[in-house]
Design a protein around this ligand. Structure first.
Ligand code: FAD
Length: 508
């Protein structure tokens, strides 16, 4: 092989690109990751945020996918206990949608397809005698309860990127890859940094195209979509969520069966809200700006109102978000039937390896990364073997699965921290909160307060270690504080950022 600038260049800083960067850097490869915008600015911050087997995929006989996802659920609970939370799901039974025995069978499989260490198995519930039945429509008498996990999706991305960087990877955000040129034994990659007049180029021995919904666009821009081996299609399916004020007491979520065979989740969100989603609509618009349609809004309000005692209308909706699933097109006509499994396409234009990633789920990103690396390295013993299944992500080295004990411990250490701020820091940063709290003896030591619990020390940390550059990065991806803070705080933060960035990054 020719001498190149990097062993591996990854296009796309969503969950798949960041996961692959972490895996590769940890095996000793020199890695460059190019992300066109901010980390997780594509689909990976717009998901339902479940780390789950996907109960409904059993109906499509996707046993391998569900088993692999359930295994990953356990592994991710082990490596990211700070940002993952176990969550109970109540499934109110409606015989018109699926017979009782079918759901029992499905849940039996769900309980037994993979080994469980952290989560309890499923059970039946009398909704008339349980608090879980209180918010539901009166006609529901029985149902089921099972467990899955919730994760802050955008933080999962950034933690993977951080770990990759700590292992030597170069992560460049706001750099669009414009060309991937095959050379006989390597690849030449051109990219355009935001605001720069000139494009840059590097060489790499291997390339991974993990551009999610843009996977084909990246290939088309380089003429790599029609050569040698046919490239599969990507099916772009929009999914939207609505957020309403907290709708019921309790931490349980609900999974609602729809008459079209789909399911809609209702999830407690960010303490004060309830999240309802999602939909499935074919999508052809701007991939960075998907928006909820009137039909989706009506569908989600109706899904909630049919199953719950209280009705909601669009007037109850405080905020919405939409994302585009980059599904591997397996030829199914119905969006809900298209597999959520991933497909790795190997390109043959150069003797140097290149893979494009199609499809996948947040839940399976780690195993996807492992498989990508397995294919690329093809038993190349110069590099370390798979390693990511048990090593905690940054900040995840708290006692296994025991976030509450860690909260108590940190509370004793930082007695002056308000309880809500302490809880937020633990849920976002785990042990890494020490990096900006160490040595502080009171809130005054955290620097300027921009409002609503946003202190300078945390902002500096986000700029220095998490590639945050704008208020939107901070308020909507590194956190979901955008839902809580008022306009004065946003303005104070926006005003402060240029100086903060200069202080932390110099003239980068
Ligand atoms: C509504 C919805 C709900 C979902 N819910 C769940 C769920 O609950 N659980 C679950 O497991 N999965 C869920 N998923 C699936 C999951 O979110 C996706 O599979 C995953 O986020 C895709 O990640 P990705 O890295 O492939 O793509 P993305 O996150 O979109 O990342 C691709 C990145 O590539 C960048 N890029 C594009 N072009 C270029 C270029 N030329 N140069 C450099 N960078 C470029 C983009 O800016 C983007 O950041 C959901 C998806 C949707 C849409």
């Amino acid at each position: 092989m020719d001498k190149t600038d990097f062993d591996l260049c990854i296009i796309g800083g969503g969950i798949n690109g960041a996961g692959i960067a972490r895996d590769a850097a940890g095996r000793g490869l020199s890695v460059l990751l190019l992300e066109a915008k901010d980390l997780a600015q594509g689909t990976s911050s717009m998901s339902t945020k479940l780390i789950h087997g996907g109960l409904r995929y059993l109906e499509f006989f996707e046993f391998k996918l569900v088993r692999e996802s359930l295994q990953e659920r356990e592994r991710l609970m082990g490596i990211a206990p700070h940002i993952l939370s176990p969550m109970e799901f109540v499934l109110p039974h409606n015989a018109a949608h699926r017979p009782f025995w079918l759901i029992r069978l499905g849940l039996f499989l769900y309980d037994h397809l993979a080994r469980r260490r952290f989560l309890p198995g499923s059970r039946m519930v009398n909704l008339k005698a349980s608090a879980f039945g209180v918010p539901l429509a009166d006609h529901y008498t029985r149902g089921f309860v099972y467990s899955d996990c919730w994760v802050d999706d955008a933080r999962l991305v950034v933690l993977n990127a951080m770990d990759a960087a700590e292992k030597g990877a170069k992560i460049l955000t706001r750099c669009v890859c414009t060309k991937i040129l095959p050379k006989s034994q390597h690849w030449a990659i051109e990219y355009q940094p935001e605001g720069a007049t000139k494009a840059k180029s590097i060489t790499a021995s291997m390339v991974v195209n993990a551009a999610g919904p843009w996977v084909r666009k990246v290939l088309e821009g380089s003429g790599l979509d029609s050569q040698v081996k046919p490239v599969p299609n990507v099916r772009l399916v929009k999914g939207s969520h609505i957020i309403i004020p907290r709708a019921y007491a309790g931490e349980q979520s609900y999974i609602l069966q729809q008459s079209d065979g789909r399911v809609v989740f209702v999830i407690p969100y960010e303490d004060e809200y309830t999240l309802i989603g999602t939909t499935e609509e074919d999508y052809e618009g701007d991939l960075y700006e998907p928006r909820i349609s009137g039909d989706e809004l009506r569908y989600l309000c109706a899904a909630y109102s049919t199953h719950f005692e209280a009705d909601i209308t669009r007037d109850d909706v405080l905020w919405t978000y939409s994302g585009v699933r980059p599904l591997f097109d397996d030829g199914h006509s119905e969006n809900r039937a298209v597999s959520r499994d991933f497909y790795l396409h190997e390109h043959l234009e150069s003797r140097a390896p290149m893979i494009s990633v199609f499809g996948g789920k947040l839940t399976t990103y780690r195993v996807l990364a492992e498989k990508v690396m397995g294919r690329l390295l093809n038993l190349d013993h110069r590099y370390a073997p798979p390693w990511t299944s048990e090593v905690p992500l940054p900040g995840g080295d708290i006692a296994e699965g025991d976030r509450e004990t860690f909260v108590r411990k940190q509370g004793q250490l930082y007695t002056w921290l308000p309880a809500d701020l302490l809880a937020r820091y633990v849920r976002s940063y785990g042990t890494r909160m020490e990096r900006f709290l160490e040595g502080a003896e009171g809130l005054d030591d955290l620097g300027v307060h921009y409002g609503d619990g946003l202190y300078e020390a945390e902002m500096v940390y986000l700029i220095r270690y998490e590639w945050a550059r704008t208020a939107e990065d901070i308020l909507w991806r590194r956190s979901k504080l955008g839902l809580h803070v008022d306009e004065a705080t946003v303005q104070a933060l926006e005003k402060a950022l240029p100086d903060l960035k200069k202080k932390v990054l110099g003239d980068e």
